[in-house]
Design a protein. Sequence first.
Length: 263
Amino acid sequence: MKKILIGIAVILGTVCSAWGQEERPRSIYKSILLGFEYEVNAGVNLGGASPIPLPQEIRKIEGFNPLLNLSIGATVYKWFDQNRREQNNTWGIAFGFRLEQKGMETDASVKNYGMTIVNEGNQMSGRWTGKVHTRYVSQLFTIPVVATYRLNSRWRFNFGPYVAFLMKKDFEGRVYDGYLREGDPTGPKWEFTDGKYATYDFNQELRTFNWGLQAGAAFRVFKRLSVNLNLDWGLNDIFRNSFETVTFDMYPIYANIGFAYVF
């Protein structure tokens, strides 16, 4: 998906550069007079999926890799007072779509952490104490619908809900330098030390639908170019309700830093 997003970004950049050297198409100019505004945007997502607050099972975060999470999309704005489109203190609504990736890699020290592992082809469930490496990647089609406020000719703010549909999902990793108590904290003990490890794969337990809130700001650097910063805070667990191995909810929380070309 990264190659696809990079390719789309290059194409959009070429188109935007060409349009920037010409007058706006007549159809876009007419809609702008009616209070509409259009932009294409691209950026990078930084963050992770996390329980809030951190549960006692997670004793220490040993390492974190945010990965390269790209996003690209388009947004349509409708300003309620079309006669004040370029003036201060103007309210409007915006909706759009994004093709994006949200992911992370983490290493943590845990105690009595719910886990289902695969060791030499055999699946075991219980409580893990030791080290855990996790890789989480979700590729999404996201639709935000937000209220927007133009403070002045340069600053614009937004707040509202979004929904996201997973197109590809990945939640897997390995456990090492520790032991599994099969069944419960007093069950049979299986040790994984001296380079031994076991793997886990929770891909099929991830939800295919997420929703949450978006809040952010945009600063108009040039006539047609803005710099954007948005925070997406997921409000439902990334795992299905029926999944009981991980005993706490995990929420996707990401900041998107990028730019937008305004038509």
